[in-house]
Design a protein around this ligand. Sequence first.
Ligand SMILES: [Zn+2]
Ligand SMILES: [Zn+2]
Length: 258
Amino acid sequence: MHLPQFRLMFDVGRGSSRLTEVPLLLLTHGHLDHSSGLPYYISQRNLRNLPAANIFVPPELKEPLTKILQLWCEVEDYQTRYNLNSVDYEQYVPLHGNYYFKAFRSIHRVPSNGYTVFEKSRKLKQEFQGLPGHKIAQMKETNHDMFYENYTPQITFSGDTQIEFVLNHESVRKSKVLFLECTYIDEARTIEHTRKWGHIHLEEIIQNQDAFEEVEHLFLIHFSPRYRYDKICKILKEKLPSGLYEKTTPFIPRYFKK
Ligand SMILES: [Zn+2]
Ligand SMILES: [Zn+2]
């Protein structure tokens, strides 16, 4: 998932030459459908003399990925440059302007993160609210402590996770745009089976519909390839409560449409 306005991508999939110019990769976890393009991405950036990629990963992944990447350097007989960072779950990392990202732990079968892009703004502290504008301007001259920094969640990408990723993190529930995995959508897979494999079933989204009240656009991603495009659209229309259906868009790869 590439966000050109922030020059970042969430996960790199199997890799694509179209992603080479994106300088920042926020990797959710190491499963190969999300991460196998990593050595290709790094190698292509080096080949094209682009600055070292900035890559953020769950802390447990730093060591094994460094080993793999080093082996690829041996195989290619070329020492590539890249910055592989363990995420710090407490930190807002600057993107550009007033935008930042932060990692949140998700729940999957392997160590995994979701990521949220925030917009930072300065807000007036409670005790000064309600004062007339000229008074505030006057006080600003002498009192520098009238504002606090506020981070508003804009876009969240879940990666692969159980539903608790939404339930546990307020920033995820308050994101204007939420890309959320929804691997299974019908009774061919039970909720229990879905949870066992660290994923979300459509029924769980419906059961927890209140958690999506503040989300303005919900994009469902990561459908199992067992479902065809038409079937996904039909089931979403049948099952999602209307308020939720209206703001939901299935994000379906082109090859699902056959
Ligand atoms: Zn996975
Ligand atoms: Zn996956």
